[in-house]
Design a protein around this ligand. Structure first.
Ligand code: UD1
Length: 422
């Protein structure tokens, strides 16, 4: 065994196959669709390398056969536990075939400082025990920030997938998470060319930036066919928040699809109430509105006394948070999307769904119509939302495919890590 390992180590030196321990981190729902293809790409890389190894050992007959040798990339998945509900977390692991997390930090809800603080304390112990070569973080949630800071303080290399996005809105917790993570990261994997400009302006060395494309689209392409098979009325029936005997009849014909969870939209009654009035008194006259409700938003609607108004309107179809395939299926047929989610803006671009983004800015300008995408910023001012709503209804569905949004991003991420040179 000893001798076997020595032969293999020598071979690694000559063929430059790395042995690396990689810890990747997920915390909240939008991370899960980004990590699924990355984990698959690691497995693919390992099987390609083991095929190369077997060929080499077959050729070198004077060498010992290399059975039971470790995979070149050893991967550990850490879930911080920021999102913990079955519908916000477990359902995505199952649907996207993500293996169970090796380690769950069980951080749960709390203020930003509590979430970040608890994550750092727990993650530091993991890093001290595991001593990885790399920590890979995705997106812009609290887990992304907490784990990159913790890793860098222990001199562990950090790779950020989805680097370089900037909303320039410092009131957005995600913007702070992005800025800190990108400032610390050793390897910044960007989804589009606009992100490179952002990073270069901030002084990031060009050699640390690699354009890999959008990893979310890997997941979309992998799951497109499966999603197509789903029935919209079944999705409504299975996920309805309210007991509705006639729900299987609902959702027929045109419908708007809606999501809303950002604190800037849902935490103040004076912002949320006019939006609810617009939906129930205007959009609902044109079509049904299917709305999978985020737990934060459901809580606020009840707190502000707006829940009853929504529930009383038969055109409002309220759902629990739904699974990945269900959301993709609804998005494929929606007449219009109203959302404040970054990921949905991207999916609308590829599916061509006309999208109203209920934000004043976006870190994803490539999804906007002026850059070739399907979405337009409407903020949370109802006059602007109304104007764009009527204009958008005249638009056709026009799918777009920005450069490298091709379903192969995860493989490029793994290659970038393996080929990283200090
Ligand atoms: C987080 C991310 C945001 C992402 C969003 C998608 C940060 C700073 N924000 O926001 O970028 O777009 O997720 O969902 O990381 N809750 C549950 N069940 C859960 C998870 C949360 O009931 O499984 C409740 C919490 O108790 C809390 C609220 O939802 O009251 C908000 O959760 P939180 O994790 O603080 O942030 P999100 O708003 O989900």
């Amino acid at each position: 065994m000893q001798q076997n390992f020595a032969v293999r180590s020598l071979q690694c030196l000559t063929t430059k196959i790395p042995f690396m321990k990689i810890i990747s981190v997920v915390g909240a729902r939008p991370n899960f669709m980004k990590i699924a293809p990355f984990i698959r790409a690691i497995a693919d890389y390992n099987s390609r390398q083991s095929a190369v190894d077997s060929q080499q050992s077959a050729v070198g007959s004077d060498q010992l056969p290399m059975t039971n040798t470790p995979s070149p990339l050893h991967h550990i998945l850490v879930h911080t536990g920021q999102h913990y509900d079955d519908r916000m977390s477990k359902a995505f692991f199952e649907a996207l075939n993500i293996p169970n997390a090796d380690i769950n930090l069980g951080v749960g809800s709390g203020s930003h400082a509590e979430q970040v603080g608890h994550t750092m304390i727990a993650f530091e112990k993991v890093l001290v025990d595991e001593k990885p070569d790399w920590v890979v973080v995705v997106g812009d949630v609290n887990a992304t920030l907490a784990c990159s800071v913790t890793a860098k303080k222990l001199h562990i290399k950090v790779c950020h997938i989805e680097a370089g996005l900037r909303s320039r809105d410092m009131k957005m917790p995600e913007e702070i998470n992005r800025l800190v993570t990108d400032r610390l990261a050793d390897l910044l994997l960007i989804p589009d060319r606009l992100s490179e400009e952002n990073l270069l302006k901030e002084g990031t060395p060009k050699k640390n930036i690699v354009f890999v494309g959008n990893i979310m689209i890997d997941t979309l392409e992998t799951n497109r066919e499966k999603s197509k098979q789903l029935s919209i009325s079944e999705i409504i029936k299975d996920n309805s928040l309210l007991p509705e005997p006639s729900s299987s009849e609902r959702g027929k014909g045109d419908f708007a699809l809606m999501t809303l969870h950002r604190p800037s939209n849902v935490d103040k009654k004076e912002v949320l109430e006019p939006i609810i009035n617009f939906l129930t008194e205007e959009v609902a006259n044109d079509m049904s509105i299917i709305w999978p409700i985020h737990p934060r938003t459901a809580g606020r609607l009840k707190e502000f006394g707006l829940w009853e108004k929504i529930v009383a309107n038969p055109k409002m179809i309220l759902l629990h948070p739904i699974g990945y395939h269900q959301m993709l299926r609804l998005n494929m047929d929606a007449r219009i999307m109203l959302t404040d989610s970054g990921g949905l803006q991207e999916e609308c671009t590829v599916l061509g769904t006309p999208c109203l983004t209920l934000r004043w800015n976006t870190e994803r300008p490539i999804t906007l119509r002026e850059f070739g995408g399907a979405s337009v910023l409407v903020g949370n001012n109802v006059k602007q939302i109304r104007d764009e709503y009527h204009h958008t209804l005249k638009l056709d569905r026009t799918p777009q495919r920005p450069e490298y949004w091709d379903g192969e991003t995860a493989a490029r991420c793994v290659e970038a890590i393996v080929n990283y040179e200090k």
